[in-house]
Design a protein around this ligand. Structure first.
Ligand code: MG
Length: 159
């Protein structure tokens, strides 16, 4: 029988590039640089997507949406997240909560945290108080030109 609970973990990093929009958790943040990548570079939604896929032992985001495929160029990362949630439901599970940590030198996430949590909660179809979002600066790691996201999710077998 499939387990009652499943944990998932996702990680992603993207490099800052000048003169492109910065999108984190589906929210556009005012900044002079954005995150490069084949899609919209949304490091947080990518890590959430991979955590969900990992929890049900599905192929990862890179396998489902290969960067070599031109249809994902500039894609809204909510598309990837929705596909992962669809697969979670098809596997017979529902998302209980998620917790995340962002690591980036700038901009400050604190002033935007409530907006990001609200949007991610809507995308995931769970309550805002089930979305953890923490931000750290990359002290001593030498990754000031990147944004990194770590995400864990908990799934429960659907009734
Ligand atoms: Mg990514």
């Amino acid at each position: 029988m499939s387990p009652q609970l499943r944990i998932g973990y996702g990680y992603d990093s993207h490099e800052f590039k000048p003169a492109i929009p910065l999108i984190i958790g589906g929210i556009k943040l005012a900044h002079d640089k954005g995150l490069g990548g084949h899609s919209d570079g949304d490091v947080l939604l990518h890590a959430i997507t991979d955590a969900l896929l990992g929890a049900i032992a599905a192929p990862d985001i890179g396998a489902l949406f290969p960067p070599s495929d031109p249809q994902w160029k500039g894609a809204d990362s909510a598309v990837f997240l929705r596909e992962a949630l669809k697969r979670v439901a098809a596997a017979g599970y529902a998302l209980v909560n998620l917790d995340s940590t962002l690591i980036l030198a700038a901009p400050k996430i604190g002033p935007h945290a409530a907006t990001i949590r609200k949007h991610v909660a809507e995308l995931c179809g769970i309550a805002e108080d089930c979305i953890g979002l923490k931000a750290k600066t990359p002290e001593g790691t030498g990754t000031d030109n990147a944004a990194i996201a770590h995400v864990s999710v908990l799934l429960q077998r659907a009734a």
